[in-house]
Design a protein around this ligand. Sequence first.
Ligand SMILES: NC(=O)c1ccc[n+]([C@@H]2O[C@H](COP(=O)([O-])OP(=O)(O)OC[C@H]3O[C@@H](n4cnc5c(N)ncnc54)[C@H](O)[C@@H]3O)[C@@H](O)[C@H]2O)c1
Length: 434
Amino acid sequence: MLDAAFADRVEARDVIVGVVGLGYVGLPLVISFAESGFRSIGFDVDAERAVALNQGSSHIDDIASERVSAMVDAGRFEATVSADTLADADVIFICVPTPYDHAPDLSFVRAATSTVASILRPGMLIILQSTTYPGTTTEIVQPMLERAGLQAGVDFHLAFSPERVDPGNTAWTVHNTPKVVGGLTPECTARARSLLEAVMEGPGLVHPVGSPAAAEMAKLLENTYRAVNIALVNELAMLAHEMGINTWEVIDAAATKPFGFQAFYPGIGPGGHCIPVDPHYLAWKAREFDFPTKFIEVAADVNAGMARYVVSRVQAMLNRDGRTLDGARVLCFGAAFKRGVSDMRNSRAIRVMELLEDAGAKVEYTDRLVPTLTFHDRQRKSFPLGDVVTAGFDAAVVLVADEGWPLDELDGAGVRVFDAVNAGGEGGGHRERL
Ligand SMILES: NC(=O)c1ccc[n+]([C@@H]2O[C@H](COP(=O)([O-])OP(=O)(O)OC[C@H]3O[C@@H](n4cnc5c(N)ncnc54)[C@H](O)[C@@H]3O)[C@@H](O)[C@H]2O)c1
């Protein structure tokens, strides 16, 4: 089905790749295409970001600046804020944010699509990568692109391919993580597939589906699956505590089953840009069909409640020593939304710190990747990790499972630790786990 001439051009790297939105998703993508030999153009509305990238400076943890500068120097990558420059591209990926604020906020997708529409020409391939509800590609993006008179699937090609980038994960990258793609027509799918395969390690890593909506929904299934299973295990952890059963031992035991079970772990609730957000896109769209998405609502409630639950457990831990949270000096380990990243978006660690402070605790935090952070309108500095054992804290709370937290040393110094993420295992007598 694939137009042989297009495949040949991909093979010969005679296709110019444009990426709109140079964030966590767009920058790794555009650099991968450049490194695979394609001339690549990154378009962003953030002029400072574009200037820095053209000077070889990366703002994304996973993309070393040297990789950007090598591609700039090789003449294969340029960042721009000019739609005229983007107009050179034959293929354009859209990788802009899709936040949720009581309803899906597609303003970034609309703005990016409007930029692409202004330079659209026959033969172009447009691939939306932003996570969104099923129907966005055909109901929002397609009509906007067609406004100037070209027809999708006939004059230009259109597809949706969800992004699966996992910041901080060095094992699964854009080169080896399978991609799903659904085009408006079989030719749209085939073109998108052939292009995506060009940056993949081997054949068979691109999975085509029959429509953009199926690809959009596949992404939401993946993230809803995580949200629901994390909620399930969070609820189970609270029950196990009531019953005096060790949650972590239970999960490890269940995980020995080689089929039909996948281990998820409890904690302070999932943060970041995806897991707490994406399921709401599906729930919102479901309302159009008068269809209640009960699992999504329940999972969101349980996960959101974990921050408060963790604070109640810290309070109970101190109470057992005849102390109160009010006035206690509490150190929090971890501030980012997960281990190994500096990304603070929807960080539940911040929520726990706010609640601890609301209860009267004097809160400090330490995180090697987050030197400063602001909550309750006050900027804080990461407490020096080397000083935490001797600093006289009344308690510590582990919020993010990073290596290097001195939990055994705190145990030895008699400091109470509440480990919400099983970062340090069972530990000595002063440690308690979720
Ligand atoms: N971060 C992740 O791990 C991840 C994983 C999978 C999917 N996603 C999805 O990918 C999409 C992008 O997320 P992200 O994390 O890369 O966002 P981001 O905030 O890191 O980056 C977005 C970039 O888009 C730019 N931008 C905004 N509006 C623009 C416009 N109109 N034109 C050009 N550039 C514009 C911003 O300046 C920014 O540089 C979202 O839909 C997100 O849900 C993210």
